[in-house]
Design a protein around this ligand. Structure first.
Ligand code: HEC
Length: 248
C-alpha cells in the first residue's frame, strides 16, 4: 500500500475521531505507538435530543486539573434507540486521570458525568489491553441524564421508592418525571414541584439555588453543592434548561 492509503486505512480502523484534525501522520503514529484504550458499550436511547444544542454526550478523557476534555469521542447519535453500540477511545496518555461518559459543551468542557473510570486503577495495563465499561441500557436524553447523573447520585437515598420517599416525592428511575412535572408541592402551598416552562416558579429550581436554603427543612442547596463541587453551575443550568423546555 502507498503511505497515504495506509494512513487512510488506519483512520478507518481506529475511527475518524483520531484523524479529524491536526497533523494526520503524527496522530496515526501515536495510535500505533502507545496510549491506553477504553471501550464503552451501551444500549442508548434519546441521544438525538442533544443534536443542535451544542452539547455532546461523549467518552472523554480528563486530566486532574482541567474541566476540559483532553480528548473525546462522541457517542453515535445516529444509532437507533436501544441497539447496542460501542465506542472506542484510544491513544489515552498517562496524564489522563479519568475517562468519563460525560456531557460536554462545544469547548469540550465537562457539564456532567454519567460514569467514570479512574485510570489509576488500570495503571498496570499495557497499551494492548482494552479497559471495558458496559453501561447497560441508558436513557441518554436530557431527562435521562438528569436521572442518571443527578437523581440517582444525590437524591434517591431520601427520595427512593417502596414508600421511603421523603415528602412523597419518588425520584427513582421511571417515576421521577411523573412525580415532578406539574405536581403540587406538599411543602410550599400554591407551588408546583416543577412548573412546565417556568423555571422561576418551580420549587425544584428554587430549593437547589442560592436563596432557597430555607424553603424546606432540609437544605437542598447544600445537598446539591456537596455532590457537585466543581460543576454546580453547569448542573443547575442543565436542570433549568430541562424545565424551560417542558411545554405546559
Ligand atoms: C438527606 C435526605 C434528602 C436528600 C438527599 C434529598 N432530599 Fe429532597 N427532601 C427531603 C425531605 C425530608 C423533604 C421534605 C421535607 C423538608 O425538608 O421540608 C424533601 C423535599 C423535597 C422537595 C419538595 C417536595 C414537595 O412536595 O414540596 C423536592 C422538590 C426535593 N426534595 C427534591 C430533591 C432533589 C432533586 C434531591 C437531589 C438533588 C433531593 N431532594 C435530595 C430530603 C432529602
Amino acid at each position: 500500500m502507498k503511505p497515504i492509503h495506509y494512513i487512510l486505512y488506519i483512520c478507518a480502523v481506529v475511527g475518524l475521531a483520531a484523524c479529524d484534525s491536526g497533523d494526520i501522520q503524527e496522530k496515526v503514529y501515536t495510535v500505533d505507538e502507545k496510549g491506553k484504550t477504553v471501550k464503552v458499550t451501551a444500549r442508548l436511547s434519546n441521544l438525538s435530543e442533544w443534536e443542535g444544542t451544542g452539547y455532546t454526550l461523549a467518552v472523554a478523557g480528563f486530566t486532574a486539573d482541567s474541566k476540559f476534555a483532553l480528548l473525546q469521542r462522541a457517542l453515535p447519535s445516529s444509532a437507533e434507540d436501544g441497539t447496542p453500540v460501542s465506542i472506542v477511545l484510544s491513544n489515552i496518555s498517562n496524564e489522563v486521570q479519568t475517562v468519563e461518559v460525560a456531557l460536554t459543551n462545544s469547548l469540550r468542557k465537562r457539564i456532567i458525568s454519567l460514569a467514570t473510570i479512574n485510570m489509576s486503577e488500570h495503571a498496570e495495563k499495557s497499551a494492548r489491553d482494552t479497559i471495558r465499561l458496559d453501561l447497560g441500557t441508558v436513557d441518554a436524553g436530557h431527562f435521562g441524564v438528569l436521572q442518571t447523573a443527578i437523581f440517582n447520585r444525590a437524591c434517591i437515598q431520601c427520595h427512593g421508592g417502596n414508600g421511603r420517599s421523603a415528602a412523597g416525592l419518588n425520584l427513582t428511575e421511571g417515576n421521577a418525571r411523573a412525580n415532578l412535572v406539574d405536581v403540587p408541592s406538599t411543602r410550599q402551598e400554591g407551588m408546583l414541584r416543577v412548573e412546565s416552562g417556568n423555571v422561576e416558579r418551580s420549587l425544584l429550581h428554587l430549593i437547589l439555588n442560592e436563596g432557597g436554603e430555607h424553603l424546606l427543612t432540609h437544605n437542598h442547596t447544600e445537598i446539591l453543592s456537596s455532590q457537585f463541587k466543581t460543576n454546580l453551575e453547569e448542573v443547575n443550568y442543565l436542570i433549568d434548561s430541562w424545565i424551560e423546555r417542558l411545554t405546559p
